[in-house]
Design a protein around this ligand. Sequence first.
Ligand code: SF4
Length: 355
Amino acid sequence: MKKQTVIRRKKTRAVKVGNLILGDGQPLRIQSMTKVPTRDVSAVLEQIDRLVEAGCEIVRVACPGEEDVKALGKIKKKISIPLVADIHFNYRLALMAIDEGADKLRLNPGNIGDRDRVAEIVEKAKRHHIPIRIGVNSGSLEKDLMKKYGPTPEALVESARRHVAILEALDFHETVISLKAADVPTMIAAYRLASQKFDYPLHLGVTEAGTLIRGSVYNAIGVGTLLQEGIGDTIRVSLTADPVEEVKVAKMILESLDLRQGVRVISCPTCGRSEIDTAKLAQEVESRAMKLKGPLTIAVMGCAVNGPGEAQGADFAITGGQKKGMIYAAGKQERVVDEKDLVNELFKEIKKHKK
Ligand code: SF4
């Protein structure tokens, strides 16, 4: 049995989002965002269903116009996870989003302009117990901060501090903060600084991280480094890809640090010794394993060199031979199976033992 690494998480204040609590040592939550116009309710619901099935726990939708905000109520009625309305400058849309049942607003109060309008949003958010996420982004920093600091960690934190000050002046403390940058070292330094300055929960992410592989690597390094230091309460892996991929990568980041016990598929890199198609088998196992509940470790090993050792340490395993493979369960050899049947037989074995 693998020894668990325990990461001591930094203490933040508890902020309730729908039926979940962010911060205060509560489980790290995975978020994503839909990528179709919010006014297209059926398309949004189709994405949210797939996101929830993949493990998404909070979903955000863009609300650039009135039609999008009006769709929130219909979406909210059909989903079971908290719904976040992403509002940029329009205070009326923020008020409407609360009426439509949004569980949280993503909004920067400094961008609303008129303080009376901000006060109106805050009063309504307080009455409905709706938290606000301040989302500072290196690409949209205030002009004076850019002039003074450039797109630095200090500028990101100072920008967040200004927005926080507006909310605190109105006695509002149901706040979550993100400070995203596309540059990973800047993002890491900004969150480290923010975790010293604020006690609000932090929403981690690398912005504009790129396509599937690049974005996954950048997020794994940026978000993973911070999580390892105990920083962060919720994560969103931004990818230029299907949002389900964001959730898969986020789960893998948490699992890699033992912050969540999921289904872990370990597979050897394969080499000239393998006489089965290890890469294809591992891919098939990985995609079918996504639907299983953890904690569970499955090993897919190309041959008998390192195979038996890894297989014995996993809950279930395949080790390759000559166009055949051995199925392992609970570290014990079960039977030899033809290559074409290996994945099906492995999952039969898993089903049998998981009953
Ligand atoms: S387990 Fe076998 S096939 Fe896989 S990398 Fe090691 S030696 Fe190569």
